[in-house]
Design a protein around this ligand. Sequence first.
Ligand code: SF4
Ligand code: SF4
Length: 439
Amino acid sequence: MMIHSFHGGIHPPENKHFTNRIPFKYLSVPQKCYIPLQQHIGKPATPIVEVGQFVEEGQLIGQANGLISANVHATVPGKVIEIAEYHTPYSEHGLCVVIEAEGSFSTSGKIREKNDITPMDKSTLLEKVKAAGIVGLGGAAFPTAVKLNPPANRTIDTLIINGSECEPYLTVDDMLMQTHPEEIIEGIHISMKILGVSKAFIGVEKNKALAIKALQNAVTNTKSEGISVVPLRTRYPQGAEKQLIYTITGREVPSGGLPMDVNVVVQNVGTIYAIREAVLFDKPLIERYITVTGKIVKKPGNYKVRFGTRVIDILEECGGLTENPGKIIMGGPMCGLALNHMDIPIVKGTSGILFLAKDEVEVNSFRACIRCGRCVSVCPMNLLPCDLGNAVEKQRYDIAEKLHPFDCIMCGSCSYVCPSKRPLSHFIKVVQTVLSAKR
Ligand code: SF4
Ligand code: SF4
């Protein structure tokens, strides 16, 4: 097949060697889980439990509120000791259900009976995905049942599975593809049935040779028609939705548009795995694999973690750090969220935690633009990050508005290459926030 090449992109150091050969491990369940009711794009779930109530593992504790929302479940069995605001990845005052672990696990470690999906129609399958509270696990956290059910006036002909994992340091998708390829293929078949498509492509960067091999073998072994593994050039941000769609299909999502505008749905491999668990085993989304990494982490690795586990509890299980960190990031270094403390809980969209040493963190303040044009040449969205940055610095949001700031995918490539260390993607985030507030 013909592979297309998107404009721009960069090659930051991959730094995946810390964890890309370390098998998955389960982390112990923490004594207290701080489970945010907002772990997704859209409205927070509405709490349906009370303080003092005992809940089972996987019990619904937050009901999806409206179309763009997602259910939230108890990630551990125990007693609800508080429903209160805590700092979460999405808000400094996010409502959380705090559960103190107690009692036995009703599903973990038990033999599971597989549902037969043959008689299930699209709406039954979608209902299982929705009930399980699945959201995009690649980081976007958009409710999956909504994405799998586009409006009637849109025709979807292609499903693309995102196995690129182009963010430096993160290896959790790579490990999932290496170790669970047949389960991923099963999840793809379920998603294809829901969407009514006969074509699916799994895009994987070529730096994940073992994952590519494992998936190719799984496609052959399962005699899967219509599913192709597509090795992709290793280049950041290959995993961004619009770039992935263009690379594989040659279709360009229009400015302000969505993948469905070019008849495509994209799902991350982790999401596909969660869809399989929900449909075949009625398993709600209560845990995920994450990468815990950085040269100062004593036991870096890929760990299965319950949502609501705080970063501090995870770090303790990973043996702690060899020195005080210079920066802690939830996610990867390019798109992740900098944390200013470790009491924040893991949520559905958390792909990893990165601990950077002091000597790995830039402390220099930024300088004036020297018009070198590097940011323009790497921008995968063909924007003018330098001009956007200059306009925002002067608070000329009227000028910035004309430079298509909402097309920015916040990949951070421009900031990465800027010799003046200008925080360009941050500037663009500022203009997006200012203009959104005005609309
Ligand atoms: S302007 Fe936006 S899309 Fe372009 S390189 Fe910068 S962060 Fe990425
Ligand atoms: S990379 Fe930095 S210095 Fe060069 S044009 Fe862009 S903003 Fe200016």
